[in-house]
Design a protein. Structure first.
Length: 84
């Protein structure tokens, strides 16, 4: 299983609200902690399969951080904690 030694956000690439959220995170992530991958991309699909998550059932933003998977409000809380 691939480890998540970086902080990675899997987001729904066709959701306008999700795209706005990504833009907000990028603008407020001054230390560039977050990397992003669209859930619809090959890499996004692979990561979802490897970690047993799905953006359609687990939330449109999934956070992979320090080998932990965060979904829904848990993902939001972890993201906000790391923003400046």
């Amino acid at each position: 299983m691939e480890t998540t030694d970086q902080t990675l956000i899997i987001f729904d690439g066709v959701c306008n609200i999700c795209e706005y959220s990504v833009k907000f995170i990028v603008e407020n992530d001054r230390k560039a902690k977050f990397k992003f991958v669209s859930a619809q991309s090959d890499k996004g699909k692979e990561l979802q399969r490897l970690h047993g998550v799905d953006t359609f059932k687990d939330g449109s933003v999934i956070l992979l951080k320090n080998d932990h998977v965060y979904v829904k409000s848990g993902a939001t809380v972890e993201i906000v904690k790391d923003l400046n």
